[in-house]
Design a protein around this ligand. Structure first.
Ligand code: PFF
Length: 458
């Protein structure tokens, strides 16, 4: 087969690719979303099920996505179509790319709003507003932000502009430079916070909450949320990693890259949980308080620890940075698609698509104030957008991707692309991709709809 090259340039080295995928994976999902979802779903059992999903479903799908992306070297829609045809199947596989791009629109629309909160906290902490913080003062501060939709709109706008600016510049010039810096810095800050959580907060209670499973709390809904979170945190199921795979030079180990990214991503999520929950319990806060959780707990640590005055702006700056490298990954598939399909420049594509997503973001902004009483399926508009994208679109996209990688692509193609020989690693991937991952996604879906219960299967 003729090896294609990408129209958007290539990563300059393997290391940069690993950083790019890790940069996409590590973001608000680890530090903001994981703790609050674990808190809302009762802790330990949710965390355990999430870890199982990460390894049994997320990892094989990440490998499949990179593999398919590098095979097709186009935007996710064209890649799925071209490789599908090449493998003697239907061009309709391109629709999986469409689903992914849609998921990216929905996710980025709220992701940018939350990144805006982090941006506002960066400036609040620069101004020393967390000094001697108590749960009451921080509650008021955060409540003030949520109540002020105009302020949220401004931060959201700034964050979207930052994201569009990078995507518009293109892979080598735009993306690479920004993926090198954030993570090591973030890790150091998290370790400092962990020391605080061990010394000054209720570490034992936090540990127990996070790691002692109470299986009664693992409802079908919680299982669906845990699976959705596994997809969300690894950035898989929507073609973002596929788009990055399209820029990957031949000869890089897809397996090793994926394993590293999954390990790094999971460690950072668990680390965040081990920081947040001890602070929650030490201050008598509610672990199930929802999306505001880190914004109401971390300032308490910074406001009361030595050096917190300086560490807080560094932390929130890095959090914005980590969110930025993820947001770039959310926007890239749609921009690559628009450039390839409509012949637009990256700049025009980035601005047009970014503006649509920016406008969509107002639904999330208003969910926390003007429309906070409005309920659909028992949740706010933000809850619904998040649920649809993270818990339905991503697993559905992932299901199709793993079926594509395991069944549609023939053994020769996947073996050639993964370059693992016919050893146990290849066999293990193929088993997970063909059988375990699709079955697991289906079972969780059916379980969540109550269908399994109706037939007396659980
Ligand atoms: N994985 C990112 C996070 O955990 O913050 C979110 C994300 C980025 C999801 C890119 C999907 C994606 F394509």
């Amino acid at each position: 087969m003729v090896k294609r090259t990408s129209l958007h340039g290539m990563w300059s080295s393997r290391f940069v690719f690993v950083l790019a995928v890790a940069g996409s994976a590590v973001g608000l999902g680890n530090i903001w979303k994981f703790p609050y979802m674990a808190g809302q779903n009762g802790g330990g059992a949710f965390v355990l099920f999430y870890l199982v999903c990460v390894v049994a479903i997320g990892l094989p799908i990440m490998i499949s996505e990179i593999m398919i992306g590098r095979r097709g070297r186009r935007n996710p829609i064209a890649t799925m179509r071209i490789v599908g045809e090449e493998e003697g199947s239907s061009p309709s596989w391109g629709l999986v790319g469409v689903l992914g791009i849609l998921a990216g629109f929905l996710i980025l629309s709220f992701y940018s709003v939350i990144a805006g909160w982090a941006l506002s906290y960066f400036f609040l902490s620069l101004g020393g507003r967390f000094a001697q913080a108590t749960p009451e003062t921080i509650g008021r501060l955060f409540g003030g932000l949520l109540g002020n939709w105009q302020a949220m709109a401004i931060w959201h706008t700034i964050f979207m502009l930052l994201t569009i600016a990078i995507v518009a510049r293109g892979v080598e010039r735009g993306l690479e430079k920004f993926v090198r810096l954030a993570m090591p810095g973030l890790l150091v800050l998290l370790l400092i916070l962990l020391v605080y959580a061990v010394i000054a907060a209720d570490f034992a209670a936090g540990w127990k909450f996070l790691f002692r499973p109470d299986f009664a709390a693992l409802t079908p809904g919680a299982m669906l949320e845990a699976m959705g979170q596994a997809f969300f945190t690894l950035s898989v199921g929507m073609g973002a990693i596929m788009a990055y795979g399209a820029y990957l030079p031949e000869g890089t180990s897809i397996l090793r890259t994926s394993a590293w990214v999954v390990a790094a991503d999971t460690s950072i999520a668990l680390l965040s949980g081990l920081i947040i929950f001890p602070i929650v319990f030490a201050n008598g806060l509610d672990p199930a308080s929802g999306p505001g959780l880190i914004f109401e707990t971390l300032p308490l640590a910074f406001g009361n620890m030595p050096g917190g005055r300086f560490l807080a702006p560094i932390f929130f700056g890095l959090l914005v940075f980590a969110a930025w490298t993820s947001a770039i990954g959310l926007l890239e598939p749609a921009v690559a698609w628009s450039v390839e399909t409509h012949g637009r420049s990256r700049r025009v594509a980035g601005i047009v698509i970014g503006t649509v997503i920016w406008a969509l973001g107002f639904l999330t902004i208003l969910s926390f104030n003007v429309l906070s009483e409005f309920r659909l399926f028992g949740g706010t508009i933000f809850d619904n957008i998040d649920h649809l994208a993270s818990n339905i679109f991503l697993p559905l996209g992932g299901l199709f991707i793993t079926i594509f990688g395991g069944w549609v692509m023939c053994k020769n193609s996947s073996a050639d692309e993964l370059d693992l020989g016919s050893g146990p690693a290849y066999g293990a991937w193929r088993f997970l991709a063909r059988w375990l991952a699709p079955a697991a996604v289906l079972v969780v879906f059916l379980h969540a709809t109550g269908i399994l219960g109706r037939f007396g299967l659980v």
